[in-house]
Design a binder for this molecule. Structure first.
Ligand code: ARG
Length: 265
């Protein structure tokens, strides 16, 4: 479920489309579904000017499949699970583009993909990768956490999420960039949701107990910001925005020195 390649994910969204068509055949009301599936899930539209470090990670034809965060003119932080099966020729990074179907902004090829060598599967942790861009991006970058900044993940702290992912669990991607805020969830609470899949050293959870607001498919790799500081990477979750199942993000403090080494390399 969480180690899907881009092609497998495309297959899943086809299955989801078929399932949605099935629901229609059985008389489910799309209006009622829209009412319970607020539009990231539960967020609002925003722009690349408001979040200039928000990058689209796309295939060679500029079809977005993950997000990323510009941390220097030529370095982008994303999720390792986004880069599985990818090569420097299969990936592009697009900056300064609010809409998936836009043509503006800066498109860069990637000259190096660093995947955390300890990565195996998002539910085992280590879900971080750093891309080196061939073309510099002149967009503002956010500060990112130092390894000693562990206090940022205080339970209840407000975290901002960002992406073009699906606006409901089985829905389609958002053409316009979206954002929302979610509270940080304690490790104890997240462990009771996810059991041994939650690796506290490598992950941090965020979301409301009642669900409703979350990242979803296609948001992976994008930022989780706390107080404007890059503190997490969208990684995984059970469904999206479900009550009792918060989103799970890479705990960047744990990987701060590894990532710093890559950024300065
Ligand atoms: N794995 C997903 C992706 O590749 C992100 C899922 C986030 N899920 C959640 N419930 N927060 O886009």
């Amino acid at each position: 479920m969480f180690k899907l390649t881009r092609m497998a994910k495309a297959a899943i969204s086809l299955a989801a489309t078929a399932a949605a068509a099935g629901a229609l055949l059985f008389g489910a009301s799309t209006a009622a579904q829209a009412a319970v599936q607020p539009k990231i899930v539960g967020g609002t539209t925003t722009t690349a000017s408001a979040y200039p470090y928000g990058m689209q990670i796309t295939d060679a034809s500029q079809n977005q499949f993950c997000g990323g965060t510009l941390v220097s003119a030529t370095k982008v932080v994303t999720a390792a699970h986004c880069m599985v099966g990818e090569t420097t020729s299969s990936v592009r990074v697009v900056g300064g583009r609010t809409y998936l179907n836009g043509t503006n902004g800066t498109v860069s090829r990637v000259s190096k993909i660093w995947i955390n060598p300890s990565y195996t599967d998002a539910t085992n942790g280590n879900d971080v990768a750093v891309l080196t861009l061939s073309t510099s991006m002149s967009y503002t970058t956010p500060p990112y956490v130092a390894s000693t900044d562990t206090a940022v993940y205080a339970t209840g702290a407000t975290a901002r999420i960002l992406g073009w992912g699906t606006t409901s669990e089985s829905g389609s991607s958002s053409n316009q960039l979206r954002t929302a805020t979610v509270p940080i969830v304690s490790n104890t609470s997240c462990a009771s949701s996810y059991g041994s899949d939650f690796v506290a050293s490598d992950m941090v959870c965020a979301g409301y107990t009642s669900g409703g607001v979350d990242t979803c498919q296609g948001d992976s790799g994008g930022p989780l910001l706390i107080g404007g500081v890059l503190a997490g990477i969208t990684s995984w979750g059970e469904g999206c925005a479900e009550a009792g199942y918060p989103g799970v993000y890479t705990r960047l403090t744990t990987f701060s020195s590894l990532v710093t080494t890559q950024i300065n390399s």
